[in-house]
Design a protein around this ligand. Structure first.
Ligand SMILES: [Mg+2]
Length: 396
C-alpha cells in the first residue's frame, strides 16, 4: 500500500509571535507573555526568539527571567486573540486538505495523501504553507513531513523556526533514533522512568527491544510504542469536524439484593457489559482498558483496572477479561451491593488494525452486529445473552 503523506505544522513561540505580529514595535525587543508580575504566581508562558537568547525558560518566575534580561517586556496573555489566530492557521491548512487535526492551540497534523498532487507534491505544500503563514499572519511555523503522525511531529521539532524537515522511510531512523524517548508524544515522565529502568533511553533503544517484551510490560501501549517507533504508525489524522471520541463507556448498578457467588457476579457483569458493548458498537468504538468497581454491603469500595493487549467491543471477550480481573482481587466471601464496569482506551473500530483484533474473530463480530440489528428492529428484549440475568438488578 502506498505510504501516507502527513504534515505536522507547529507555530513557533505562538503566544509571543502573535503579540509581536500585532505590535510591530515589540518585534525587536525581548518579549515574554506572562502572568501578573504583581503576584507571586507570575510565570513566563511564552517568549520570542530574542528572549530565548537570554536563556529565558517557559515556566520560570518573572523575577528570575528579569534577572537574566532586565529589558524583558512582559505582556499579559490574550487567549481570545490566540484562538482567532489558531482558527486562521487552520483555515490555511484546510485549503490543502479536509483532514486537519488540531493538537493544542498551535499544532496541527494534516493528511495530504490524496491532495498533494494537486499542489505539486508534499515539500511544495509544506513550503507554501510556511510562506503563506508568514505573509498572511506575520508569524512562523515549522513543519515536519513524513509518512505517519509520530515522525511528522518529530520532524517539526528538528528544525525551527520557519523550517521544513522531511523524515522519509529512508531517513527517519538516522534523523531521530538518537532522540530521547520523552520526545515521543504520549510518553510522560512516569513511562520515561519505567523505560529508563529497562535501559531504554533513546528512540533507537526502544526500536531494538522485542515487541513482545514491551507488550508483556505495558500491554497495548507497549505494542503501540514498539510499532510506532519502528515506523508502523497507522494513527489516522482526524478531521476537525469529526466528533471527539468519548473517554470511556461505563455502566453500573446497585443490585436489588446483595450478591456474592461467582455465578451471580458473572450474571450481573454480562448484563452490564451487554449494554456497554451495544453502546460502543452503535458509536463504532472498541476499547482496550477495563475497570471494575465493587462496593460491598458495608459500602466499602474497591476499584481495579487492567490494560488488554487487544481492542474489542464484544461481550464475550470482555466478560472473560472482567471476570479474570475480579478473580485477581476478590474472594467472593463478601456480599456485594453495587458493581460498575468501565471500558476506556477507546478507538474507532474501523481504525483498529485487524491484527489487534486477536480475540475478535469475524464470526464473533457478525454475531454482535446481528444482535444489535435484531434489537433495533424488534426491541431490546428480543434477544438475551444466556448467562445474563436481570433478576438481581434494579431498573437501569
Ligand atoms: Mg508551538
Amino acid at each position: 500500500m502506498k505510504d501516507r503523506v502527513i504534515l505536522h505544522c507547529d507555530a513557533n513561540s505562538f503566544y509571543a509571535s502573535v503579540e509581536c505580529a500585532l505590535n510591530p514595535e515589540l518585534r525587536d525587543k525581548p518579549l515574554a507573555v506572562s502572568g501578573n508580575p504583581e503576584k507571586r504566581t507570575g510565570i513566563i508562558l511564552a517568549k520570542n526568539e530574542i528572549a530565548k537568547k537570554y536563556n529565558i525558560k517557559t515556566g520560570e518566575a518573572i523575577w528570575e527571567a528579569k534577572e537574566k534580561c532586565p529589558s524583558l517586556v512582559c505582556v499579559f496573555p490574550r487567549h481570545d486573540v490566540y484562538e482567532k489566530f489558531s482558527k486562521k492557521l487552520q483555515a490555511i491548512y484546510e485549503s490543502y486538505t479536509p483532514y486537519v487535526e488540531a493538537f493544542g492551540i498551535d499544532e496541527c497534523w494534516l493528511d495530504i495523501t490524496e491532495t498533494e498532487h494537486l499542489f505539486g507534491g508534499a515539500m511544495k505544500v509544506a513550503n507554501e504553507i510556511r510562506e503563506r503563514v508568514k505573509a498572511e499572519l506575520g508569524i512562523t511555523v515549522s513543519i515536519g513531513v513524513s509518512f505517519c503522525k509520530l515522525f511528522a511531529k518529530l520532524g517539526s521539532d528538528l528544525k525551527k523556526p520557519d523550517a521544513v524537515t522531511l523524515l522519509s522511510r529512508f531517513s527517519f531512523k538516522q534523523l531521530t533514533y538518537d532522540l530521547p524517548i520523552s520526545s515521543i508524544v504520549g510518553i510522560g515522565r512516569r513511562m520515561e522512568l519505567r523505560l529508563n529502568k529497562m535501559n531504554i533511553f533513546t528512540l533507537g533503544d526502544l526500536a531494538k527491544v522485542p515487541e513482545e517484551l514491551l507488550v508483556s510490560k505495558f500491554g497495548i501501549i507497549g505494542r503501540q510504542m514498539s510499532q510506532k517507533v519502528r515506523g508502523y504508525d497507522d494513527d489516522e489524522v482526524k478531521s476537525l469536524y469529526e466528533e471527539a471520541l468519548p473517554k470511556s463507556v461505563g455502566n453500573g448498578t446497585t443490585t436489588i439484593m446483595d450478591i456474592s457467588s461467582e455465578q451471580e457476579v458473572r450474571a450481573v457483569i454480562v448484563y452490564l457489559l451487554d449494554q456497554i458493548c451495544s453502546r460502543m458498537r452503535a458509536k463504532n468504538l472498541c476499547g482496550s482498558t477495563i475497570s471494575v468497581s465493587i462496593k460491598n454491603c458495608l459500602l466499602r469500595s474497591v476499584h481495579h483496572s487492567r490494560s488488554l493487549s487487544f481492542f474489542t467491543n464484544s461481550v464475550i471477550d470482555l466478560r472473560e477479561e472482567v471476570m479474570s480481573l475480579i478473580d485477581s482481587f476478590w474472594d467472593y466471601d463478601e456480599k456485594i451491593r453495587a458493581l460498575r464496569i468501565c471500558v476506556s482506551g477507546l478507538a474507532k473500530a474501523n481504525f483498529v488494525q485487524s491484527s489487534l483484533f486477536e480475540y475478535s474473530s469475524n464470526k464473533k463480530m457478525r454475531l454482535n452486529y446481528t444482535i444489535d440489528f435484531l434489537r433495533n428492529k424488534y426491541g431490546k428484549n428480543i434477544i438475551k445473552l444466556a448467562d445474563s440475568s436481570a433478576s438481581f438488578i434494579n431498573a437501569i
